[in-house]
Design a binder for this molecule. Structure first.
Ligand SMILES: [Zn+2]
Ligand SMILES: [Zn+2]
Ligand SMILES: [Zn+2]
Length: 128
């Protein structure tokens, strides 16, 4: 036996997460998977999610309830517009902001500068 013990579980978690159009918690993902007939435990879901985050394949987000939510994301740098109610997320770029940020860093002699920027609001579904 190699380290590949949870391969199909991780695959199932990855696929389910990729189908979601927003950030979902491990609990929600677990319920979706078991409802879909997958026999795996909540701990396994957590472990698969932790792996994905460590490998840079998923982004995390903590909303007001303090629970960690996950989403499969494009590897390129981008930003999120997030619904604080349901976790729905839209990815967007800010090219003008990126070059301005670089200029500010450079003007102040900073290198290796990074940032995260998320816009949190209420989506049209949740506003109704
Ligand atoms: Zn993203
Ligand atoms: Zn919403
Ligand atoms: Zn940016």
């Amino acid at each position: 036996m190699t380290q590949k013990r949870n391969t199909w579980q991780k695959q199932a978690v990855t696929e389910r997460l990729a189908q979601s159009d927003g950030f979902v918690s491990a609990q929600e993902l677990f319920m979706q998977l078991t409802a879909g007939g997958k026999k795996l435990g909540l701990t396994t879901v957590y472990r698969a999610l932790t792996d994905l985050v460590e490998q840079g394949q998923a982004d995390t987000l903590v909303l007001g309830d303090g629970e960690m939510r996950y989403r499969i994301c494009t590897p390129e740098h981008h930003h999120h517009l997030i619904c604080g109610e349901c976790g729905k997320a839209v990815e967007f770029d800010l090219p003008g902001f990126e070059s301005q940020a670089q200029q500010i860093a450079k003007a102040n002699g900073f290198t290796a500068v990074s940032h995260e920027l998320e816009l949190i609001g209420i989506c049209s579904d949740c506003a109704n």
